[in-house]
Structures are given as C-alpha cells and as structure tokens.
Design a protein around this ligand. Structure first.
Ligand code: ADP
Ligand code: MG
Length: 274
C-alpha cells in the first residue's frame, strides 16, 4: 500500500500550482552560531503552498535550530527568511550580529507560522478548549464565540471532541499532541513546523498522531517536518532534506533519496535508522 500512498500525495496540491512563483516559505543561506560554534552553515529550503518538506539527520545536526530560526525563536546570524512572501527585515549591529529590524514584523510573521513541539507545550492550567482559543482570541483578536466554534471543529478533526473540557494532564501523550496540533491550526498558519512531533510518545501512541499529520498533508497544508519516522516521511513528503553538521548534505524526492542516496553520509544514516 505504501507506494500508492506516495504517489497519491506526491502530486502537487492545486493550491501549490497556483502560487508556484511565490513559495509559502523560503529560507536562503541561513547561518546560526552559538558562541564560536556554527550549527547552521548556509541552509536553503523552499516550500511551495501545499508542500510537505521533511528534514532528517542525526541528533545535533541542527534540525531544531533551523525550525526555531524560521519563527525567530532563535535569531540567525545571517541569511534570509521569507514567509508568505514577506521577508523578515534584519539589521546588523557593530559587532556583526544580526537582529530583526522590527519586532512587530516578527510578531506578525510568527503568527502565520505554526509550531508543534516534541513536548506538546500545552498550558497545564488551561483546558484543551482554552488552550486552543488562547492565541486566536488574544493574538488574532477573534471573537470568542468564533474561536470556540472553530476550536470544536478542529477537535473533531483531530479526534478529541469529547476532551474539550479536560486539562492536558488528564490526557495521554498522543491526545496531548493532537490537542497541540489543533491549537496550532486554530491560528490558521501559512506554514506548520513540526519538530519530532512523535518522539516523546510511547510507541503505541505514535500512529494516532501520524494519522492526523497525514490528514493535514492530504488537505494541502504547507509543512516542514523534522522526524525520525523514515517510512512516514517517505510517504507524506514532497521533498526530503538530509541535514548533516548544519548543511544540507542531500535533498530530493523521497523515493529517489531513499532508494539511491548519493552521499555516503546519508547512506550510513539510512543504514542506522531504517
Ligand atoms: P537537532 O535538532 O538536529 O538534534 P539542534 O538544532 O538541537 O540539533 O542542535 C544543533 C547543535 O546546536 C547541537 O550541537 C546543540 O548542542 C547546539 N545547540 C542547540 N541549541 C543551543 C543553545 N541554545 N546554545 C548552545 N548550543 C546549542
Ligand atoms: Mg532536535
């Protein structure tokens, strides 16, 4: 069944065809150092609307740092970040460090970039429903009733309709991560970043979260997914990037990249993980 799934999803989403000339996300020559250590050394990534781009690579290769730079949880030292056609304006200080020129612009762009973390990061003192409507009400200034209505639709989508009044601590890890995905969707993001969304889950709970992510892919959401679930990445991604020591060592269509890895490092990585 897997090869069929690959081809059925690998078709560009109609929305992607329409906006080919304007990628949903474009990252050019991204550099990031911590102190003297450069952890990203010129990473490029472009995702059209409706595309799923997965990043794979060993622990410490810079995957999380890369995602965190896209929504400016980390400030890159160089490079360009363009989300939904808007470039984050940067300025350099005398010591050569770069900073966002306009934090209001960063806030505005960040609101269009959803992030799903390995550790869910739900507010423990808020119910599932309250978690989901928090940002739409306070950041997007949506009417509360409108946010609540959309939250219920999203809870239905992720299979948690009956959990809206529960607190995160009352849910399983898989349920918490599905609630976190619903919370991300509530902001109607232009792109969703997922950083190892199933890594913290017990094995029997991984499938329920992957099913939701697969559905999001099929619905044409633009996503950048960091994952160790190789088979899943292969099935849902339009493109896969293999990161090695802060550089894109190899990239390509999933079937090709997995079947014929050109780089020896990717070959070794796949041998260890598959
Ligand atoms: P990955 O997600 O691929 O495992 P990370 O992006 O988390 O990799 O980390 C890349 C490298 O950057 C690692 O060597 C890590 O130790 C280092 N690093 C990440 N965050 C910080 C930080 N806040 N301060 C210093 N070093 C960091
Ligand atoms: Mg990581």
């Amino acid at each position: 069944a897997a090869p069929f799934a690959v081809t059925s999803i690998a078709q560009p989403h109609p929305a992607a065809v329409a906006v080919r000339l304007r990628p949903a996300v474009e990252i050019l020559d991204l550099h990031k150092s911590f102190g003297q250590v450069e952890v990203l050394s010129g990473v490029n990534l472009s995702a059209s609307a409706g595309e799923v781009v997965s990043m794979i690579g060993s622990s410490g290769s810079g995957k999380s740092t890369f995602l965190r730079c896209i929504n400016m949880l980390e400030q890159p030292n160089g490079g360009r970040i363009i989300v939904d056609g808007e470039e984050i304006r940067m300025k350099k200080t005398a010591d050569g460090r770069s900073h966002p020129a306009d934090m209001r612009q960063v806030e505005r762009i960040r609101a269009r970039v959803g992030m799903v973390f390995q550790s869910f990061n739900l507010w423990p003192h808020l119910t599932v429903l309250e978690n989901i409507i928090e940002a739409p009400v306070h950041v997007l200034k949506e009417r509360r009733e409108e946010s609540v209505e959309y939250a219920h639709a999203l809870l239905k989508k992720v299979g948690l309709s009956d959990k809206h009044a529960q607190y995160p601590g009352q849910l399983s890890g898989g349920q918490q991560q599905r609630a976190a995905i619903a919370r991300t969707l509530a902001m109607r993001p232009k792109v969703i970043l997922l950083d190892e969304p199933t890594s913290a889950l017990d094995p029997e709970l991984v499938g329920e979260v992957l099913r939701v992510i697969r559905q999001l892919a099929e619905e044409g959401n633009t996503m950048i997914l960091v994952t160790h679930e190789m088979q899943f990445a292969r099935e849902v991604s339009h493109k896969i990037l293999f990161l090695h020591r802060g550089k894109v060592e190899e990239e390509g269509a999933p079937a090709e990249l997995f079947a014929n890895p050109r780089s020896e490092r990717l070959r070794q990585f796949l041998a260890r993980t598959l």
